[in-house]
Design a protein around this ligand. Structure first.
Ligand code: BG6
Length: 511
């Protein structure tokens, strides 16, 4: 088992130290759509190392020049996308492309890793890089263990005080608790925990990072952030996209594995954790893990809902149901929607329900965290039209309309006492210039400078799987674990509404 070695850290905002990045899966979609545009943005903002080399690794045969042309096209497409439109800085692009080489390798053959070792040596002379290497596994999860084994056997992940070797693994990390533990044990045979960067791209989103800033850089929220003042919390990650062309992956994954123990629980942890002792990676990750470990055992029968989209409407046109999507089994029981109620057993949150929901083919793309406060303890306005107050709500809007909003009651002008609900609404775009970003820039840069704050530590991954385990077990047992259909383009299954209605609560509208 590899030992943790502490390396000097580059301060945030400075160029990352010299290194080589090896991308396994360089011909894949993730590399094209996200990693390459992110690397370009890092080059443009001068955060990429002065001396940098990149080795693209995949099975298909390609020359260095063909690979560079493929990457160039990906970056040009990205830049012309209406969401990011920017003028490409040709000099930065050219320089970035000149750092790139390509190797066609069979991931499972030991000889491939000897070739890779030789290439890393060559790059030291040709690209003046030092010995730091970032191995990015942009490949299917089934390859993670095997690649890291081979890297270990070839001596490619051995660190010294002078050089670091890091491995980035994309999600999903396992498909349940047992497989995540097994994968972790396998990785730890070759690399130390400090060398593993477990990616959850939600943590690269500015608005997700802002949850911590909002809570701990302001004085007004934290005193209210507890069971005395909060009635319940709603976490929503609603998507309009369907399974699209991902049936092969999604059929065996489903909404729970795809979104909940990773993205949704990261939002839960950031919302519910205690203030860390510092902003250091381990201090933050300790608190996140602690709160996930405090989630009490979910009752899968009464407190979870699973749904699957059926035929419906999208943008006014008929939309297919999940079972009719290409590659999906006609009798598929894969869920495309999950909702659940959780409780956290600690002094801050005891008795405060957390409602989580995520799904595909819904009416609106909307990710947000809604903190619903308790009503005032007494009503001064009894026997008036204001008898029934509406509780205050703080909504942290993650995407697509990024910002935050507080709702509160205000007097409607006039001789009668009447309360109207008003919104104080903050939109990121009104205050800050939105730099073109894929969300991966910060994460790749953080790997290079050795800041693991935004990456999942193994204990936090296991805590996530531990929470969903009873639900997965129950669903797998087939014991009346109903899969409710909802129309594509709707707000989700009725049972999800009932989950809140039982206690007189309701989801915020997807609007
Ligand atoms: C991915 C899931 O991790 O996150 C997808 O596999 C999901 O199914 C996606 O659509 C959502 O991420 P984003 O950044 O598009 O909100």
């Amino acid at each position: 088992m590899a030992l943790d070695i502490e390396h000097d850290k580059t301060p945030h905002g400075e160029r990352a130290p010299s290194c080589t990045m090896v991308i396994f899966g360089a011909g894949g979609d993730l590399t094209k759509r996200l990693l390459m545009p992110a690397l370009y943005n890092l080059a443009r903002t001068e955060l990429l190392p002065e001396n940098f080399a990149l080795v693209g690794v995949d099975r298909v045969e390609m020359t260095d020049t063909a690979f560079q042309a493929h990457v160039e096209q990906a970056i040009r497409d990205f830049a012309s996308d209406k969401h990011y439109s920017q003028t490409l800085d040709e000099a930065h692009l050219k320089r970035l492309l000149s750092c790139m080489t390509y190797m066609s390798l069979d991931f499972s053959a030991p000889a491939s890793y000897q070739l890779l070792a030789a290439q890393l040596k060559t790059l030291k002379t040709s690209h003046h890089v030092n010995d730091n290497v970032l191995f990015y596994l942009a490949v299917g999860a089934r390859f993670f263990g095997g690649i890291v084994d081979q890297l270990g056997r070839a001596g490619l992940v051995a660190e010294t005080n002078q050089q670091w070797r890091r491995v980035v693994v994309e999600k999903p990390f396992g498909h349940d608790l047992a497989s995540a533990q097994a994968l972790n044990t396998q990785l730890r045979e070759s690399v130390a925990e400090s060398q593993i960067y477990r990616m959850d791209h939600f943590l690269g989103k500015e608005t997700v990072q802002n949850i911590m800033l909002m809570r701990f850089a302001n004085g007004i929220f934290e005193p209210l952030w507890n069971r005395d003042h909060i009635d319940h919390v709603q976490i929503t990650v609603a998507e309009t996209v369907t399974v699209e062309k991902r049936a092969a992956f999604y059929e065996t994954t489903g909404a729970m594995r795809d979104m909940v123990p990773n993205h949704v629980f990261q939002l839960l942890a950031l919302t519910a954790m205690e203030s860390p002792a510092s902003f250091d990676a381990d201090a933050v990750r300790n608190e996140k893990t602690k709160v996930l470990n405090s989630v009490h055992k979910v009752d899968p029968v009464h407190d979870t809902v699973r749904g699957q989209y059926a035929a419906g409407q999208r943008d006014g046109a008929p939309a297919a149901g999940y079972k009719q999507e290409p590659g999906v089994a006609a009798d598929s029981s894969t869920e495309t929607y999950v909702a659940m109620k959780l409780g956290i057993d600690n002094w801050r949150w005891a008795g405060v329900p957390f409602y989580l929901r995520t799904g595909k083919a819904l009416s609106k793309r909307q990710s947000e965290i809604a903190i619903q406060f308790k009503l005032p303890p007494i009503s001064l306005f009894r026997n008036t039209a204001t008898e029934r107050h509406t509780p205050n709500c703080l909504v942290i809007k993650l995407q697509p309309d990024e910002g935050a909003m507080i709702t509160f009651g205000a007097k409607i002008p006039g001789p009668k006492i009447a309360i109207g609900q008003v919104h104080m609404d903050f939109h990121y775009k009104d205050y800050f210039q939105n730099a073109p970003s894929t969300g991966y820039e910060t994460l790749i840069y953080d790997c290079m400078i050795g800041d693991a704050t935004l990456f999942q530590r193994s204990d936090s991954v296991m805590a996530g799987w531990q929470i969903v385990k009873p639900i997965q077990d129950y669903w797998a047992s087939g014991a009346n674990a109903a899969l409710e259909e909802y129309a594509a383009g709707s707000d989700g299954p009725k049972a999800a509404d009932e989950l809140l209605e039982k206690s007189g609560r309701a989801w915020r509208d997807l609007d």
